[in-house]
Ligand binder design. Structure first.
Ligand code: GRF
Length: 194
């Protein structure tokens, strides 16, 4: 059977990109990363994709007069590559109508808090500063809002009194790297990627 084709969208380090590649290599995720889309030419994830031989579309949003323009280009590339699922992994932009409409229900995101708590930027810092004793990770469908789409999966991280912000971040990342590939595999098995 044809493997599900994933496009990973990232703007930074790409540790979730790594975790997805690792799960594929281990055989726990039955898919291929067909494409990396990155809006920051200097991001570390771009180098990683090169090393792994993942084709990439790297662009600088400043080169486009409007969001619609780079999103139309992305839609064209996703269709050409027959992408089944768009995986946002630290892509630091809201998805606009141009991209959302043709891929409605096929775009997912990972967020480092238990949504609907602490949406938006620096969710880990927000949770840490709020003094909550439990936080975690959410995988959700993407809609037009900021971290507001339907929740697919969540996992928790306990925050102890001794924990530093950095330790919390490490714990959150560990959970992300397990939860994201597992959730993608579940969606693929349920046939939600075709
Ligand atoms: C992750 O914490 C993810 O939850 C958030 O952005 C971060 C990306 O990290 N949306 P990385 O680039 O995958 O290391």
């Amino acid at each position: 059977m044809r493997k599900a084709k994933l496009a990973v969208f990232a703007s930074g380090t790409g540790s979730n990109y790594d975790a997805i590649i690792e799960a594929i290599n281990k055989g726990t995720l039955d898919a291929e990363v067909t494409l990396l889309v990155c809006d920051r030419p200097k991001a570390r994830v771009v180098e990683k994709a090169k090393r792994n031989g993942t084709p990439s579309f790297v662009f600088d949003p400043k080169q486009y007069a409007k969001k619609e323009m780079f999103e139309s280009k992305i839609v064209e590339i996703l269709k050409e590559a027959e992408i089944d699922l768009v995986i946002l992994a630290g892509y630091m932009r809201l998805i606009g109508k141009t991209l959302l409409q043709p891929f409605e229900g096929k775009i997912i995101n990972i967020h480092p808090s238990l949504l609907p708590s602490f949406p938006g930027l620096d969710a880990i810092g927000q949770a840490f500063n709020a003094g909550v004793k439990v936080s975690g990770v959410t995988v959700h469908y993407v809609d037009a809002g900021m971290d507001t789409g339907k929740i697919i999966a969540q996992d928790i991280v306990n925050i102890t009194d001794e924990m530093t912000r950095e330790e919390l971040q490490n714990e959150i990342q560990k959970v992300e790297h397990k939860l994201y590939p597992e959730t993608i595999q579940k969606l693929i098995s349920r046939g939600e990627s075709s």
